[in-house]
Write a protein that binds this ligand. Structure first.
Ligand code: PMP
Length: 424
């Protein structure tokens, strides 16, 4: 009935067959972290069992095998986002990737990067533009960078229907704008943002674009070079991979110009007691021992996604998303955050408020029925404030969710106000 057989896929995810309080688990919290297929768990165990060694050094067999697997993983994950391997930097996650970029630009600003990096330097009064819907990971590092450099942070507002106000964007992004940082998909609204339009506005004023692709990478075909962004981050644990691994993609000339953030071993060509020369990207940004087993397991995760096919994943989740959203609209007292009209591209995610019942109570009630959702501000407090809330409930899907998962969630939620004695 959808583009893929989710019921068959579920057999690949051991955790999905466990019980919660005696009931089958209905996992609708993949936007926080995804579940892992056996192939990913096995890949990490197999590496640690058979090839484990420090990469890029050592003259022994294990070191050579580990290095080859590690660099093959880079090529696999880079290809998944449409990039050549040298344009993919390993990070420990999206938060680390965004901080890397913000601190590196700060280093360029104080002249730590040579002539090539001067084009990335900020001056007092320069502007950094984000959106009102950003995850704190794509907001706080820019606040910090602004504070360190005298730059000014501005934002593109979100309309009542959850879409970005592109008319406002055209005036917020101006001659002083040097950086435009935004999510591909908001982790609260689920809306796919108009990347091409924002890139055009940013590039027209010579600004650098930074894309947070955390919530798009697991759900739709992603080609970062084709999107035209300068830099982009994603997080392994949200795309069936392990914790502690993520990616930073960069255009070749931008990565070349970017000074390092963390410094130390493995990112140098020559070191004396006084000074150091750095390796080119991506190694320039990979100081210290890297998350090797995690990178190899992330490659297994994207191979799994590729085998299913990202077009099929996207189509499947579109069906779930429509059913979820249409169902939520029919439940008394439920208000969706950013319920834009049909025709807006989304992933399988909906955040909502239940009139008269606190989000945490909704979450506990659902949990008592085996249904896992996320409650709180989902690290997007400014967006919640925009909608007059401090917390919401979020249900989010992945390729392994079924129509039955969504229906059970909706049926259970329909009783929540009655359970708490609220409403008619
Ligand atoms: N951006 C978005 C849109 C997210 O959903 C998340 C994860 N909650 C992050 C950034 C941060 O990712 P991580 O915690 O894995 O670094």
């Amino acid at each position: 009935e959808t583009a893929l057989d989710a019921r068959a896929l579920r057999a690949d995810f051991p955790i999905l067959s466990r019980l919660v309080d005696g009931r089958p688990l209905v996992y609708l919290d993949s936007a926080a972290t995804s579940q892992k297929p056996r192939a990913v768990i096995d890949a990490e165990v197999a590496f640690l069992t058979n090839e484990n060694a420090a990469v890029h050094r050592g003259a022994h067999t294990l070191a050579a095998e580990a290095t080859e697997l590690f660099e093959d993983a880079r090529a696999t994950v880079a290809a998944f986002v449409g990039a050549p391997p040298e344009q993919l930097v390993w990070t420990s996650g999206a938060t680390a990737g965004l901080n890397l970029v913000a601190y590196a630009i700060g280093n360029a600003t104080v002249g730590r990067g040579g002539p090539a990096s001067s084009r990335l330097a900020l001056a007092a009064g320069d502007e950094i533009v984000v959106t009102e819907a950003e995850h704190h990971a794509n907001l706080v590092p820019w606040q910090e960078l602004a504070a360190r450099t005298g730059a000014v942070l501005r934002h593109i507002p979100v309309r009542d229907d959850g879409t970005l106000d592109l008319d406002a964007a055209a005036s917020v992004i101006g001659p002083r704008t040097r950086i435009v940082a935004f999510a591909h998909v908001s982790n609260v609204l689920g809306i796919v943002n108009p990347v091409a339009e924002l890139v055009v506005l940013a590039h027209a004023v010579g600004a650098l674009t930074v894309l947070d692709a955390c919530q798009s990478a697991p759900h739709l075909p992603l080609n970062l070079p084709a999107l035209g962004v300068d830099l982009a981050v994603f997080s392994g644990h949200k795309m069936l991979g392990p914790y502690g691994i993520g990616g930073l993609y960069g255009r070749a000339d931008v990565l070349d110009a970017l000074p390092p953030f963390l410094t130390g071993g493995s990112m140098i060509t020559r070191v004396t007691l006084d000074r150091t020369e750095y390796l080119p990207p991506p190694q320039r940004f990979e100081a210290g021992t890297q998350p090797v087993s995690q990178a190899i397991a992330l490659a297994a995760a994207v191979r799994y996604l590729d085998t299913v096919g990202m077009d099929a994943v996207h189509e499947h989740e579109r069906v779930l998303e429509r059913r979820l959203r249409e169902g939520l609209r029919t439940i008394d007292g439920v208000r969706l955050l950013g319920d834009s009209p049909a025709g807006i591209e989304r992933v399988g995610l909906a955040a909502f408020d239940v009139d008269g019942v606190h989000a945490h109570d909704v979450g506990q009630y659902l949990d008592s029925r085996g249904i896992a959702v996320r409650v709180g501000h989902h690290c997007a407090a400014p967006l919640h404030a925009r909608f007059g809330l401090t917390a919401s409930v979020r249900a989010s899907t992945a390729l392994y969710n079924t129509v039955e998962d969504v229906d059970l969630f909706l049926e259970t939620l329909a009783d929540v106000r009655g359970f708490f004695g609220v409403g008619a």
